[in-house]
Design a protein around this ligand. Structure first.
Ligand code: S3P
Length: 425
């Protein structure tokens, strides 16, 4: 797909539903008692993988007037899947569903695409095994395909070596089925959508600092879920509105959960002033409408506890840093290496092709901003966030940019290019 410089981006974007919240709403709906009604569900390929997996286990998921209805089977009501569960490209599906499967006394298998088969699963296999699940990597490489035989779980206290909401959520979901409370401590606080939604569905979950404890539960209760807009999708328009001249973009329904809002804090640090037109609560989650206009930016340092709060926004922040005066340093972000692509490499290689002054480091990157970028041939490596980040970069540089496998944005934002094009008319 080809992209040219844009003269302006003007208008409104209703940001699509949050991917993390959409997955969790289907999962908790499936193991609750009653019907869960989900509005603003994200119809991205990853969330559709989650629905397909639960349908394979006998869960009825319907679409009705723009809502998704999930008929829960109760905490122990999933039926043994007849076929391997296909998680597609989705790390969230793979890791969270493994926690739920570990609580069920049947055998199951998880399969997925080439990218997910390279992503680390030992991080969930270790704690789930400690709880008593029999979980194996079929090829013995710590990756998918996995086979799981669940049931008879024990509560554990576990310190995760990585700040990962997927790992934390996997353990908390398994903890629902254990014989005693389960406690997870992470090195920094990762997104807390599972904790919020589990409490909202009636579970007993308590967080102090970076430690969360869940009690075993006989039952969860179906509740309506209004999914806030995904701040990770809004991120591309926040960046585009800041760097494309003569722009004015109003982003509606942006989820602003403090465990996800790191990008908003970094933008402020870089000198951007965003206008919060409206702030409110969407179900259990805070949200806002945000107005963005072009502004001059300066470099910053992004590190430490901030990293998990903006982990998916680092590719677009790296693009933005090229348009900021001075140096931006991103560190403590080694997790980027095990996302849908090795994002330290895919970001630096592609930005170098555009003429950026950027160096990869072992745990991040260093960018000297203020040098103009030019169009280039970009390889998305089938990573949705790489494709979207470089589509935005292309709008603010001279020449033509072509993005390979640009359609991979359907993982998290099927209408991304339509929304972008509409703003430049
Ligand atoms: C997610 C957590 C993050 C994020 C991913 C979605 C989730 O992964 O990168 O896109 O829904 O829990 P980690 O928590 O493993 O870093």
């Amino acid at each position: 797909m080809e992209f040219q410089k844009a003269s302006h981006l003007r208008g409104e974007v209703a940001v699509p539903g949050d991917k993390s919240v959409s997955h969790r709403a289907v999962m908790l709906g499936a193991i609750s008692t009653g019907t869960t009604e989900i509005t603003n569900f994200l119809y991205g390929a990853d969330c559709l993988s989650t629905i397909a997996c639960f349908r394979e286990m006998g869960i009825r998921v319907r679409e009705d007037a723009g809502r998704i209805l999930v008929d829960g089977a109760g905490l122990h009501g999933l039926s043994a899947p007849k076929h391997p569960l296909d998680v597609g490209n989705s790390g969230t599906t793979a890791r969270l569903i493994s926690g739920i499967l570990s609580g069920h006394s049947f055998s199951s298998a998880l399969v997925g695409d080439d990218s997910i088969q390279k992503r680390p699963m030992k991080r969930i296999m270790e704690p789930l095994s400690m709880m008593g699940a029999h979980i194996k990597s079929v090829k013995g490489n710590g990756c998918i395909p996995l086979s799981i035989q669940g049931g008879g779980l024990h509560g554990i206290r576990y310190a995760t070596p990585v700040a990962s909401a997927q790992v934390k959520s996997c353990i908390l979901l398994a903890g629902l089925y254990a014989d005693a409370p389960t406690t997870v401590t992470e090195p920094s606080l990762s997104r807390n959508h599972s904790e919020l939604m589990l409490s909202y569905f009636g579970a007993h979950v308590r967080t102090e600092g970076t430690t969360t404890t869940i009690c075993p539960e006989p039952k969860l209760h179906a509740r309506p879920v209004a999914v806030p807009g995904d701040i990770s999708s809004a991120a591309y328009f926040l960046a585009a509105g800041l760097i494309v001249p003569y722009s004015e973009i109003l982003l509606r329904h942006v989820g602003t959960n403090p465990t996800r809002d790191g990008m908003l804090r970094v933008l402020k640090d870089m000198g951007a002033s965003l206008e919060y037109v409206n702030t409110y609560t969407e179900g259990a989650e805070p949200a806002a409408d945000i107005l963005v206009r072009p502004q001059s930016l300066h470099g910053t340092t992004i590190e430490g506890d901030l990293i998990p709060t903006l982990i998916d926004e680092i590719p677009i922040l790296a693009v933005l840093a090229c348009f900021a005066e001075g140096q931006t340093v991103i560190r403590d972000a080694q997790e980027l290496k095990v996302k849908e692509s090795n994002r330290i490499l895919t970001v630096t290689e592609n930005l170098k092709a555009m003429g950026a002054h950027i160096q990869a480091t072992d745990d991040g990157m260093i960018i000297d901003g203020g040098y103009p970028l030019h169009g280039a041939a970009i390889d998305s490596h089938m990573d949705h966030r790489i494709a979207m980040s470089f589509a935005v970069a292309a709008l603010a540089c001279d020449g033509t940019t072509s993005i390979k496998d640009a359609e991979c944005v359907s993982i998290s934002y099927p209408g991304f290019y339509e929304d972008l094009n509409r703003l430049s008319r």
